[in-house]
Design a binder for this molecule. Sequence first.
Ligand SMILES: Nc1ncnc2c1ncn2[C@@H]1O[C@H](COP(=O)(O)OP(=O)(O)OP(=O)(O)O)[C@@H](O)[C@H]1O
Length: 227
Amino acid sequence: MPHNGAFVIKVVNLTKSFPMNGRELVILRGINLEIARGEFIAIVGASGAGKSTLMHILGTLDRPTQGTVYFEGQDLFRLPEQEQAEFRNRKIGFVFQFHHLLPEFTALENACMPALIQHRPREQAEAEATGLLQEVGLGERLHHKSGELSGGEQQRVAIARALIQRPELVLADEPTGNLDTHTGDDVFGLMRTLNRSRGTTFIIVTHNEKLSAQADRILRMEDGLIV
Ligand SMILES: Nc1ncnc2c1ncn2[C@@H]1O[C@H](COP(=O)(O)OP(=O)(O)OP(=O)(O)O)[C@@H](O)[C@H]1O
Protein backbone atom coordinates (compact mmCIF):
# COMPACT_ATOMS: atom_id res chain seq x y z
CA MET A 1 0.00 0.00 0.00
CA PRO A 2 1.58 3.30 -1.00
CA HIS A 3 2.49 5.68 1.73
CA ASN A 4 0.62 8.96 1.53
CA GLY A 5 2.02 11.52 3.94
CA ALA A 6 -0.81 13.99 3.30
CA PHE A 7 -3.19 11.84 5.29
CA VAL A 8 -2.86 11.53 9.02
CA ILE A 9 -5.32 8.66 8.95
CA LYS A 10 -6.46 6.33 6.24
CA VAL A 11 -8.96 3.60 7.07
CA VAL A 12 -9.61 0.75 4.66
CA ASN A 13 -12.55 -1.66 4.92
CA LEU A 14 -12.66 -1.52 8.69
CA THR A 15 -15.05 -3.88 10.42
CA LYS A 16 -15.73 -4.62 14.05
CA SER A 17 -17.93 -7.29 15.49
CA PHE A 18 -18.43 -8.76 18.91
CA PRO A 19 -19.42 -12.33 19.72
CA MET A 20 -22.84 -12.22 21.35
CA ASN A 21 -24.78 -15.30 22.52
CA GLY A 22 -23.00 -17.47 20.00
CA ARG A 23 -23.61 -15.00 17.14
CA GLU A 24 -21.61 -12.14 15.68
CA LEU A 25 -22.89 -8.68 16.51
CA VAL A 26 -21.57 -6.49 13.68
CA ILE A 27 -20.92 -2.91 14.80
CA LEU A 28 -18.72 -1.46 12.03
CA ARG A 29 -19.54 -2.76 8.56
CA GLY A 30 -16.72 -1.58 6.33
CA ILE A 31 -15.53 1.94 7.06
CA ASN A 32 -13.36 3.76 4.51
CA LEU A 33 -11.97 7.10 5.49
CA GLU A 34 -9.14 9.52 4.77
CA ILE A 35 -8.34 12.40 7.04
CA ALA A 36 -5.87 15.06 6.00
CA ARG A 37 -3.40 16.73 8.29
CA GLY A 38 -4.95 19.68 10.10
CA GLU A 39 -8.56 18.78 9.36
CA PHE A 40 -11.26 19.42 11.95
CA ILE A 41 -13.78 16.61 11.59
CA ALA A 42 -17.11 16.10 13.32
CA ILE A 43 -18.61 12.62 13.56
CA VAL A 44 -22.37 12.60 14.07
CA GLY A 45 -24.99 9.86 14.11
CA ALA A 46 -27.63 8.20 16.23
CA SER A 47 -26.86 6.45 19.46
CA GLY A 48 -25.51 2.99 18.73
CA ALA A 49 -24.29 3.87 15.20
CA GLY A 50 -20.73 2.89 16.14
CA LYS A 51 -19.10 6.28 16.68
CA SER A 52 -17.34 5.42 19.94
CA THR A 53 -16.28 2.03 18.61
CA LEU A 54 -14.64 3.73 15.62
CA MET A 55 -12.94 6.30 17.85
CA HIS A 56 -11.55 3.57 20.11
CA ILE A 57 -10.06 1.76 17.14
CA LEU A 58 -8.57 4.97 15.67
CA GLY A 59 -6.97 5.56 19.07
CA THR A 60 -5.65 1.96 19.26
CA LEU A 61 -7.68 1.43 22.44
CA ASP A 62 -9.44 -1.44 20.67
CA ARG A 63 -8.58 -3.67 17.70
CA PRO A 64 -10.54 -4.00 14.46
CA THR A 65 -11.99 -7.35 13.44
CA GLN A 66 -10.86 -6.77 9.86
CA GLY A 67 -9.45 -3.94 7.80
CA THR A 68 -6.53 -1.58 8.14
CA VAL A 69 -5.80 1.70 9.84
CA TYR A 70 -2.82 3.63 8.50
CA PHE A 71 -1.45 6.43 10.61
CA GLU A 72 0.97 8.54 8.60
CA GLY A 73 1.30 5.55 6.29
CA GLN A 74 2.06 3.15 9.15
CA ASP A 75 -0.16 0.08 9.52
CA LEU A 76 -1.13 0.60 13.17
CA PHE A 77 -2.33 -2.85 14.10
CA ARG A 78 0.79 -4.54 12.78
CA LEU A 79 2.92 -2.77 15.35
CA PRO A 80 3.95 -4.78 18.39
CA GLU A 81 1.90 -3.83 21.45
CA GLN A 82 4.68 -1.87 23.14
CA GLU A 83 5.28 0.25 20.03
CA GLN A 84 1.56 0.78 19.72
CA ALA A 85 1.43 2.13 23.27
CA GLU A 86 4.34 4.50 22.68
CA PHE A 87 2.81 5.62 19.45
CA ARG A 88 -0.47 6.31 21.25
CA ASN A 89 1.25 8.36 23.91
CA ARG A 90 3.26 10.42 21.42
CA LYS A 91 0.87 10.91 18.52
CA ILE A 92 -2.66 10.88 19.87
CA GLY A 93 -4.38 13.02 22.46
CA PHE A 94 -7.70 11.97 23.96
CA VAL A 95 -10.57 14.04 25.33
CA PHE A 96 -13.55 12.14 26.69
CA GLN A 97 -17.06 13.13 27.75
CA PHE A 98 -16.03 12.69 31.36
CA HIS A 99 -12.64 14.33 31.64
CA HIS A 100 -10.95 11.51 33.63
CA LEU A 101 -8.70 13.93 35.48
CA LEU A 102 -7.21 12.94 38.82
CA PRO A 103 -9.26 15.14 41.19
CA GLU A 104 -6.64 15.35 43.96
CA PHE A 105 -3.98 16.60 41.54
CA THR A 106 -3.70 20.18 40.37
CA ALA A 107 -4.56 21.40 36.90
CA LEU A 108 -0.84 21.67 36.18
CA GLU A 109 -0.07 18.16 37.44
CA ASN A 110 -2.91 16.69 35.40
CA ALA A 111 -1.83 18.49 32.23
CA CYS A 112 1.79 17.30 32.70
CA MET A 113 0.90 13.66 33.28
CA PRO A 114 1.38 12.20 29.75
CA ALA A 115 4.76 13.95 29.43
CA LEU A 116 5.98 12.61 32.77
CA ILE A 117 4.85 9.10 31.84
CA GLN A 118 7.11 9.44 28.80
CA HIS A 119 9.97 10.54 31.08
CA ARG A 120 10.21 14.05 29.79
CA PRO A 121 12.07 16.30 32.25
CA ARG A 122 9.64 17.71 34.81
CA GLU A 123 10.72 21.32 34.33
CA GLN A 124 10.21 21.16 30.59
CA ALA A 125 6.83 19.43 31.00
CA GLU A 126 5.67 22.00 33.55
CA ALA A 127 6.74 24.93 31.39
CA GLU A 128 4.88 23.54 28.42
CA ALA A 129 1.78 22.64 30.47
CA THR A 130 1.76 26.14 31.97
CA GLY A 131 1.78 27.65 28.48
CA LEU A 132 -1.03 25.36 27.39
CA LEU A 133 -3.15 26.08 30.45
CA GLN A 134 -2.70 29.79 29.79
CA GLU A 135 -3.76 29.21 26.20
CA VAL A 136 -6.96 27.48 27.31
CA GLY A 137 -7.73 30.33 29.72
CA LEU A 138 -6.63 28.70 32.98
CA GLY A 139 -3.51 30.72 33.74
CA GLU A 140 -5.08 31.66 37.08
CA ARG A 141 -5.97 28.07 38.00
CA LEU A 142 -2.65 26.23 37.62
CA HIS A 143 -2.40 25.11 41.24
CA HIS A 144 -6.08 24.42 41.88
CA LYS A 145 -7.02 20.80 42.43
CA SER A 146 -8.88 19.67 39.36
CA GLY A 147 -11.72 18.33 41.54
CA GLU A 148 -12.38 21.91 42.64
CA LEU A 149 -12.72 23.30 39.11
CA SER A 150 -15.98 23.77 37.19
CA GLY A 151 -17.01 21.27 34.51
CA GLY A 152 -15.90 23.56 31.70
CA GLU A 153 -12.58 24.27 33.40
CA GLN A 154 -11.99 20.56 33.92
CA GLN A 155 -12.60 19.92 30.25
CA ARG A 156 -10.09 22.68 29.41
CA VAL A 157 -7.51 20.94 31.60
CA ALA A 158 -8.28 17.70 29.74
CA ILE A 159 -7.68 19.53 26.45
CA ALA A 160 -4.34 20.88 27.70
CA ARG A 161 -3.41 17.35 28.81
CA ALA A 162 -4.38 16.00 25.38
CA LEU A 163 -2.01 18.49 23.72
CA ILE A 164 1.02 18.24 26.01
CA GLN A 165 2.74 15.66 23.81
CA ARG A 166 2.08 17.79 20.72
CA PRO A 167 0.07 14.99 19.12
CA GLU A 168 -0.74 14.89 15.42
CA LEU A 169 -4.30 13.95 16.24
CA VAL A 170 -6.78 14.65 19.01
CA LEU A 171 -9.73 12.28 19.39
CA ALA A 172 -12.60 13.79 21.35
CA ASP A 173 -15.66 11.64 22.14
CA GLU A 174 -18.58 13.90 23.07
CA PRO A 175 -16.33 16.38 24.85
CA THR A 176 -19.24 18.78 25.40
CA GLY A 177 -21.84 16.10 26.24
CA ASN A 178 -21.62 16.76 29.95
CA LEU A 179 -21.56 20.58 29.77
CA ASP A 180 -24.32 23.17 29.57
CA THR A 181 -24.88 24.70 26.13
CA HIS A 182 -22.90 27.86 26.68
CA THR A 183 -19.90 26.11 28.27
CA GLY A 184 -20.04 23.42 25.59
CA ASP A 185 -19.91 26.08 22.86
CA ASP A 186 -16.85 27.62 24.52
CA VAL A 187 -15.02 24.31 24.85
CA PHE A 188 -15.81 23.37 21.26
CA GLY A 189 -14.69 26.81 20.06
CA LEU A 190 -11.47 26.40 22.01
CA MET A 191 -10.69 23.16 20.20
CA ARG A 192 -11.38 24.87 16.89
CA THR A 193 -8.97 27.66 17.84
CA LEU A 194 -6.25 25.18 18.85
CA ASN A 195 -6.77 23.28 15.61
CA ARG A 196 -6.11 26.47 13.68
CA SER A 197 -3.24 27.81 15.79
CA ARG A 198 -1.36 24.50 16.10
CA GLY A 199 -2.41 22.65 12.99
CA THR A 200 -3.43 19.65 15.12
CA THR A 201 -5.96 17.34 13.48
CA PHE A 202 -9.17 16.92 15.49
CA ILE A 203 -11.87 14.27 15.25
CA ILE A 204 -14.82 15.09 17.48
CA VAL A 205 -17.94 13.06 18.11
CA THR A 206 -20.89 15.28 18.91
CA HIS A 207 -24.66 15.09 19.05
CA ASN A 208 -24.87 18.85 18.68
CA GLU A 209 -25.73 19.87 15.10
CA LYS A 210 -24.91 23.50 15.72
CA LEU A 211 -21.38 22.57 16.80
CA SER A 212 -20.79 20.01 14.06
CA ALA A 213 -21.67 22.69 11.50
CA GLN A 214 -18.45 24.48 12.46
CA ALA A 215 -16.28 21.54 11.37
CA ASP A 216 -14.36 21.35 8.08
CA ARG A 217 -16.18 18.14 7.35
CA ILE A 218 -19.04 16.18 8.91
CA LEU A 219 -18.99 12.37 8.85
CA ARG A 220 -22.44 10.93 9.43
CA MET A 221 -22.57 7.39 10.78
CA GLU A 222 -25.56 5.12 10.39
CA ASP A 223 -25.66 1.54 11.52
CA GLY A 224 -21.91 0.93 11.33
CA LEU A 225 -21.25 2.81 8.08
CA ILE A 226 -20.30 6.32 7.08
CA VAL A 227 -23.11 7.54 4.85
N1 LIG B 1 -17.56 -4.49 23.91
C1 LIG B 1 -18.74 -4.58 23.30
N2 LIG B 1 -19.41 -5.77 23.26
C2 LIG B 1 -20.61 -5.86 22.66
N3 LIG B 1 -21.25 -4.84 22.05
C3 LIG B 1 -20.65 -3.65 22.06
C4 LIG B 1 -19.37 -3.44 22.68
N4 LIG B 1 -19.04 -2.15 22.51
C5 LIG B 1 -20.05 -1.57 21.86
N5 LIG B 1 -21.02 -2.46 21.58
C6 LIG B 1 -22.29 -2.18 20.87
O1 LIG B 1 -21.96 -1.54 19.66
C7 LIG B 1 -22.96 -0.60 19.28
C8 LIG B 1 -22.30 0.71 18.93
O2 LIG B 1 -21.77 1.29 20.12
P1 LIG B 1 -21.02 2.70 20.12
O3 LIG B 1 -20.72 3.02 21.54
O4 LIG B 1 -19.89 2.66 19.16
O5 LIG B 1 -22.16 3.65 19.55
P2 LIG B 1 -22.20 5.24 19.50
O6 LIG B 1 -22.55 5.59 18.10
O7 LIG B 1 -20.94 5.79 20.05
O8 LIG B 1 -23.41 5.55 20.47
P3 LIG B 1 -23.63 6.75 21.52
O9 LIG B 1 -23.92 7.96 20.69
O10 LIG B 1 -24.82 6.29 22.31
O11 LIG B 1 -22.39 6.87 22.35
C9 LIG B 1 -23.92 -0.53 20.45
O12 LIG B 1 -25.06 -1.26 20.11
C10 LIG B 1 -23.17 -1.19 21.58
O13 LIG B 1 -24.05 -1.82 22.46
